[in-house]
Design a protein around this ligand. Structure first.
Ligand code: PTJ
Length: 247
């Protein structure tokens, strides 16, 4: 038994564990109620993908790890779903690629901002950005546009998981390289990303960390080659085909 009363060899274990974490996130004031709906959408795509990391997603996760290692100022953006699902894994990824962690909410309230920052600190984050909110993403309404000037505002590479398409587009319009994690290959977020990762965040983040740890210390030419050989449109096509055909 683990954090839910269900044996780990249950065929729906991963999916039920994910639901339990999101439910818990809502109860703790971390995840928004809309986060439950977003989770349901994600689950449907994951079911069609066979609840596995397909090879094109693994290549995207490797390219993302290389891109993060090459970055001068990488930032991992965390919303209410991400915090509920993968807080310790985000802390591990940040350590592996030397990235900042910033809470950045679609439905921003100070209460949720603080609850998420506290939750991340409980899971080992020593610094959490997002609360200063002295920067702005242009072309977005006030609350949704808030970022830290020395966090996402100053980042050259940003990981944006489970993001609303509008905001993902506005972020991509800035001079930043955007890595998106989203199970829907047709979403605007995935379509606007330099590196779209079509995988469940509960698998994607630990896999990115594994790749980063393996690539750590590689020459920048090697890392640049991995990034250059990755084609976003191929990854999106492969994911859509896997979802449509089940192959
Ligand atoms: O915490 P907040 O206020 O920042 O709000 C977060 C949500 C997720 C509610 C907000 O950003 C939102 O409404 O997002 P959307 O527009 O529903 O988009 C979420 C996308 O993430 C959808 O395309 C889902 O398919 C996808 N998704 C959901 N769960 C997962 C996922 N992708 C990867 N892993 C998941 N577990």
């Amino acid at each position: 038994m683990s954090e839910i009363e269900l044996p780990a060899d249950h065929p729906r274990y991963a999916s039920l564990l994910t639901r339990h974490r999101i439910e818990d996130g809502v109860e703790k004031g971390i995840t928004s109620k809309q986060g439950l709906i977003a989770q349901g959408r994600g689950e449907a795509f994951d079911y069609l993908l066979g609840e596995q990391t397909i090879p094109s997603a693994d290549r995207a996760e490797r390219a993302a790890a290389a891109q993060l290692l090459l970055a001068d100022h990488p930032v991992l953006s965390v919303n209410g779903n991400v915090a509920a699902l993968v807080a310790p894994e985000i802390v591990d990824l940040a350590a592996a690629v030397d990235a900042d962690i910033e809470v950045n909410l679609f439905n921003r309230t100070e209460k949720r901002m603080e609850a998420i920052a506290a939750h991340l600190r409980e899971h080992g984050a020593d610094a959490v950005k997002g609360l200063t909110a002295d920067g702005r993403i242009p072309n977005l309404s006030h609350e949704r546009a808030k970022v830290d000037a020395d966090g996402i505002g100053a980042a050259d590479v940003v990981v944006v998981p489970l993001e609303d398409g509008d905001r993902a587009e506005a972020l991509a319009d800035l001079d930043k390289t955007e890595i998106v994690i989203d199970l829907n290959p047709l979403s605007r977020s995935a379509q606007t990303a330099a590196i779209p990762i079509v995988d469940n965040i509960i698998r994607a983040v630990p896999t990115m960390t594994e790749h980063a740890e393996e690539l750590h210390g590689s020459a920048s030419e090697t890392l640049n080659t991995i990034v250059d050989q990755f084609a976003a449109s191929d990854a999106l096509t492969a994911a859509e085909e896997a979802i449509r055909t089940g192959v």
